[in-house]
Design a protein around this ligand. Structure first.
Ligand SMILES: [Fe+2]
Length: 458
């Protein structure tokens, strides 16, 4: 994200030249090996001697022909190119090359060099493989040096050794970075400017029963950015039959935009066919848990993907509830095998409205279930908070976000701004504050004494 055109070009040029440098000797060996085989011109001195070398050590070594070896190297080389068992395979091939060279006619290849192209390619291939063995963390990695110098992507950075980085969710849903909700007021800006934003969250219902411009825009955005679908009508807690017509449209939309995942809320929206168009609070009872688990499993089977459920903001509670919301959500995620979208602002809003400890809530959320976080602004009415999504995120919620990040690891984070929506830049810069807070938190985690996560109650 954020690369300039020059950097992007340099990045691609570096990758292309690396690929060419690697594939050239492989292709040459394939061509030469094939030619020797078909013309019967090659006597495969090296291979004969290599076989004898291993035989003298009583190690069986198959007597393959040239074309077989050439293909083996080619296929192995492609495997290396795509990063499959890179270092192990490269090390084995390097060893075979070393054996081939030491069993050759004692320096003969040097005299023929570069007249005998097979020896030339063997040698260049060997050099390349040695480089590949050292590639990555080694100081001799050309890619690493160039990438550092040019400030471009280069090879994937080594995995950080902080606890945070190892906390992947169980489906390996990606940490998409920092996104915002896709809103029509920003359509033109996005299409014209191609802003450097990590991803967008799309309100599913806005694009289900519509065509024309919204869908046309969505298709274009989907081509350029990773998307996630977020719905408000799944009504997982309702006692009404599951709406398979809705699910059919949701599934089609998710496939159309290649959604990274699909989310909705832990709530119910109505009963007896009546839709309140609101996210109503659940009674947190064992009976409700059983009921919701079964529905989530059915929904996931139909969608053929795990969904993520979000903790909604609530303003009242059922007297019949026997579970804290966080434990209910955690149990639901475990038993239905679904993900969690943790809305940090909603945790704060509900904690204010009902008087519970928001950090204790987060402590009870299983980290391997969390695939996304939400942040938003709200309206504090003094006696209660209304989840209005119409303002900047308050400092207390940012603090809670840092805490959630420490507890749950780096997951895709989205800023919601749904009323009085300011310019794209304002919303995006608010979302990017999350990156700053995460970086601060990760910097602290590099200090071992600060990396200890306080247990709930400490
Ligand atoms: Fe949310």
């Amino acid at each position: 994200m954020g690369q300039t055109t020059v950097q992007r070009f340099a990045d691609r040029a570096l990758r292309a030249s690396s690929a060419l440098a690697f594939l050239a000797p492989l292709l040459t060996r394939l061509a030469i090996g094939s030619a020797y085989h078909f013309t019967g011109d090659g006597k495969l001195h090296h291979l004969d001697r290599t076989t004898q070398f291993f035989a003298s050590l009583s190690i069986p070594f198959p007597h393959f022909n040239a074309i077989f070896i050439a293909w083996l190297e080619f296929v192995g080389g492609l495997g290396l190119f795509f990063g499959l068992a890179t270092r192990i395979f490269a090390a084995l091939l390097s060893c075979s090359m070393i054996v081939a060279l030491i069993t050759s006619d004692g320096g003969e290849w040097l005299k023929k060099f570069p007249a005998d192209i097979t020896d030339v390619t063997s040698f260049t291939y060997l050099l390349f493989l040695i480089w590949l063995v050292l590639y990555g963390p080694g100081p001799v990695s050309i890619d690493n040096l160039l990438a550092k110098w040019l400030h471009i992507g280069g090879p994937r950075p080594p995995r950080a050794r902080t606890r945070i980085k190892s906390m992947a969710n169980r489906w390996d849903y990606k940490d998409l970075g920092f996104g915002i909700g896709l809103r029509s007021v920003h359509f033109q800006h996005i299409l014209d400017k191609n802003p450097a934003i990590d991803w967008f969250e799309v309100l599913s219902e806005n694009y289900m029963d519509t065509g024309g411009r919204p869908l046309h825009v969505l298709d274009q955005v989907a081509e350029r950015y990773p998307l996630v679908l977020h719905g408000v009508s799944l009504s997982v807690g309702s006692t009404d039959p599951i709406n398979f017509e809705y699910l059919k449209k949701l599934k089609a939309l998710a496939q159309r935009v290649k959604a990274n995942w699909v989310s909705d809320h832990l709530c119910w929206c109505g009963v007896t066919g009546l839709n309140t168009h609101d996210l109503l609070p659940m009674p947190y009872t064992t009976e409700a848990l059983r009921h919701t688990v079964a529905r989530v499993r059915t929904i996931q089977d139909f969608l053929e993907r795990p969904i993520a459920l979000e903790n909604a903001s609530t303003y009242l509670e059922f007297a019949a509830s026997t579970w804290p919301e966080s434990e209910f959500l955690a149990a639901l995620a475990e038993e239905a095998d679904c993900g969690i979208l943790l809305d940090v602002n909603n945790v704060y809003v509900s904690s204010y409205n009902h008087g519970f400890d928001p950090k204790a809530y987060i402590d009870r959320i299983p980290r391997d279930r969390v695939v996304q976080m939400h942040l938003a602004g709200h309206t504090n009415k003094g006696t209660h908070i209304v989840d209005t999504h119409n303002d900047y995120v308050i400092d207390t919620v940012w603090d809670l976000y840092r805490y959630a990040h420490r507890r749950l690891g780096g997951v895709a984070t989205l800023l919601e701004w749904d009323a009085n929506i300011p310019s794209f830049e304002v919303v995006h810069s608010e979302a990017l504050k999350a990156r700053k807070f995460r970086e601060q938190e990760e910097a602290q985690l590099k200090t071992p004494e600060l990396a200890e996560i306080p247990a709930y109650g400490d």
